[in-house]
Ligand binder design. Sequence first.
Ligand code: PEP
Ligand code: MN
Length: 458
Amino acid sequence: MSDLIPALADLRALQPAQQPQYEDAQAVETVLAQLRRLPPLVFAGECDDLKSRIAAAAAGRAFILQGGDCAETFDAVTASSIRGRLRVLLSMSVVMTYAAEVPVIKIGRMAGQFAKPRSQDIEVRHQVGLPAYRGDAINGFEFTAEARRHDPARLLRVYNASAATLNLVRAFTKGGFADLRSMHSWNADFVREAHVSARYEQLTREIDRALAFMVAIGVDGGEAFRTVDFYASHEALIIDYEHALTRIDSRTGAPYNVGGHLLWIGERTRQLDGAHVELLRHLRNPVAVKIGPTARPDQVLALADALDPDHEPGRLTIISRMGAAQIGRALKPIVTAVEATGRKVCWSCDPMHGNTFESATGYKTRSFEDVTAELDGFFDVHAELGTWPGGVHIELTGDDVTECVGGVVDVSEADLAHRYETLCDPRLNRQQSLELAFRVAERLGQLDRATDFTPLDF
Ligand code: PEP
Ligand code: MN
């Protein structure tokens, strides 16, 4: 392999955190050899396209909507689950684009988001301790010793599940499903809650009228009406897997991770001298890093220098996940310090991961009110500093689950039991996601923003 890509042995020697512990080292090498031969899931040129779009978001000319499951599962690699997630993301994006008049970059937490960092290595139930569930990439959810064993063969299933997901996503987004003129039908089966649905219906009527007007005056929207560009992203967690999917691009001779367009480093694995930063700093993909309330400005500056030494437009997105109570205090000094260096990063807000708590009924949940409060705090900080809020990062699903409390649908703590399906973190359901999109659109709409977009920006 090229010396442009760090050797796997060197990355392993850095003792990366949150890695699977396999019993059979030979079986791991066999799996990795197979993965290295498999074709890319994404093309380097697509990663470059995404990078130039993110550069627009960093420069205040676009906004990123990144969302999907906390943890994808092999069981949910079905047409209806994938369509459901895509539909809610597309609906949110149309709401945000139309209501705020800003191009929205659509990135799924999809087609690769199968591995999870965990706070505890061991899960205890009724005095029995077993290895924690670390996502389908590593072990099974069932609480048995056999299911919880770390199995390297699962990495091949991750590749296949990602390929199948991405294939359907590409078919849906290029083959007519995403046609703006059919956006009524995306949510026709769910609009039950009067407040959100009436707003959505009104918006689709306005868009229909605007499209009809454009056609009447001779503007042919063509592909722009019919297709959307949609990108795949996941947390680059398992060093073995991410390394096997890192390849030299034949056009440019540069290394790209071809398992997803954008990769991010999580809050638990962002050590400056750690393996995750070491691998990702070599890639030419756009990359992101999550930062929590304990991140200090000097640490974020050092991460930015490591991951984006050349100040390359669109290269680095910083995703803050501070918690509603902390964002007002924690984000401002970081944005101030990074902006003072003159570099342009894209600032994105993950209003989910700092707002998790356990309900009185024993469910890991989040409150919609905390989520929107963190978003408001994010917009407030950027308004105060005169910097551009460049995106949101959301855990959501296309199903009508009851995992997060609140919202206009007002899921109560008692309701959580009805449809609590996540194997990991609680996700916004469809109604809550759309409500959030309207909220983001409102805040974006209040900002001074560029007006000279070109059709390609959308
Ligand atoms: C996640 O995105 O699911 C996650 C674990 O986030 P963080 O690294 O911010 O805690
Ligand atoms: Mn999560």
